[in-house]
Design a protein around this ligand. Structure first.
Ligand SMILES: Cc1cc2nc3c(=O)[nH]c(=O)nc-3n(C[C@H](O)[C@H](O)[C@H](O)COP(=O)(O)OP(=O)(O)OC[C@H]3O[C@@H](n4cnc5c(N)ncnc54)[C@H](O)[C@@H]3O)c2cc1C
Length: 343
């Protein structure tokens, strides 16, 4: 592409790259890191369109990039490509509590979407563990979800509309602030398309009322299969926990060696989180514990243990952090004389 671009944004990017030793790579797939030909960080949908139009006309490959946390290598540059990062497109454009939606620019991080509405009692449900860093753009590219997808679904279930720039520079609006569009489900095709259909610059997202409280329980089992059967029976009983996470012995021991949190010595653990009012929490936990007891052959004591946490309005956390959350609750209970519930 040379260093004499007609587009101010391209020229700006070239100047920046020439003056600094900047490396753009996929953070996680570092074994295959490679410098792109150029990286651009547009600030408007129109600038995205300008870049894509030029690249389309010149036959230059473009790799859209959110925060570069995807583990599948989708945002990995090649030496002949333009990396088009949306990090500077990070504003909240609209919040509409009556219709329970928020419209954001796609470079906004997942967690900061909830951050924008939490004081008003709302949150954005999809919660990949990388939510502190990953962008809504990448969430849409990968159709990401997290620990709470059991109850709330993944990105596709919470995405209402996008502004997207096609690879030839055309700007299109798909979906919007209404519940469902007539015709083909184009939004469903875009969500999970790994940046291959265009560059999403804005997204309309469903937001939900924050639950009154949430509480995880930790249940230990003698066998992985028994833990699995317990999960099936909890669902069969019509209880819908907000999250259920499974750990086998290797995972338990590895976590224990790292965090030293006092996990029980067990073959398998389930971390089951329920939410609602105190009454709803108690009701769900009673059912879950009674199902778990049956799977532990009535050996209520010693075969499994549960940890009760206080009602909390802590920020919601993603899957791998959920384990740590439960662990910190386990320690918290001991330290603050809030006894872990042992049944
Ligand atoms: C520690 C860790 C934990 C993780 N936990 C989870 C988890 O719990 N659940 C989960 O689903 N994933 C998880 N991931 C994977 C990753 O974080 C998610 O896939 C996330 O959605 C990627 O977002 P990103 O902004 O980093 O996207 P990127 O990595 O930048 O891009 C991802 C894909 O989307 C495309 N893309 C980026 N921007 C756009 C755009 N503007 N328009 C169109 N396409 C675009 C890219 O080309 C690429 O194909 C985890 C990753 C890490 C490192």
């Amino acid at each position: 592409m040379g260093s004499d671009s007609d587009l101010p944004i391209m020229q700006e990017a070239i100047d920046i790259l020439e003056s600094f030793d900047i490396q753009i790579e996929v953070d996680i797939v570092s074994a295959h890191s490679c410098l792109p030909m150029i990286a651009v960080l547009p600030e408007t949908t129109q600038q995205v369109s300008d870049v894509l139009r030029v690249c389309y006309e010149e036959g230059v490959p473009v790799v859209p990039r959110g925060s570069g946390t995807s583990l599948a290598g989708g945002a990995m540059p090649t030496a002949d490509c333009v990396i088009l990062g949306v990090a500077k497109l990070n504003n909240v454009l609209e919040t509409d509590y009556d219709n329970r939606l928020i419209r954001v620019q796609s470079g906004r991080t997942n967690l900061s979407v909830s951050g924008a509405v939490e004081e008003d009692g709302f949150f954005y449900a999809p919660d990949p563990s990388s939510q502190l860093a990953c962008a809504i753009a990448g969430n849409i590219g990968m159709n990401s979800g997290g620990a709470h997808c059991l109850k709330y679904g993944v990105t596709t279930n919470n995405l209402m509309g996008v502004t997207m720039v096609m690879m030839d520079g055309e700007i299109v609006e798909i979906g919007g602030s209404h519940l469902d569009s007539a015709g083909l489900d184009l939004l469903g095709v875009i969500c999970g398309s790994e940046g291959q259909l265009g560059v999403v610059t804005e997204a309309t997202l469903r937001i939900l009322s924050k639950p009154v409280g949430a509480r995880p329980v930790l249940i230990a089992f003698d066998k992985n299969e028994v833990a699995g059967a317990c999960v099936a029976d909890i669902i069969k009983a019509g209880v819908l926990p907000v999250a259920m996470e499974f750990m086998d012995r290797l995972c338990i021991e590895t976590s224990e060696n790292f965090a030293n949190a006092g996990y029980p010595n067990a073959e398998a653990l389930l971390i089951v989180e329920v939410e609602g009012s105190e009454l709803e929490i108690q009701e769900q936990l009673t059912k879950i514990i009674s199902i778990a007891e049956k799977h532990n052959h009535g050996k209520a004591s010693g075969t499994y243990q549960t940890v009760s946490l206080r009602l909390t309005d802590k920020p919601r956390v993603g899957s791998s952090l959920l384990a740590l959350y439960a662990l910190s609750g386990w320690q918290l209970g001991a330290k603050q004389a809030q006894e872990p519930t042992r049944l």
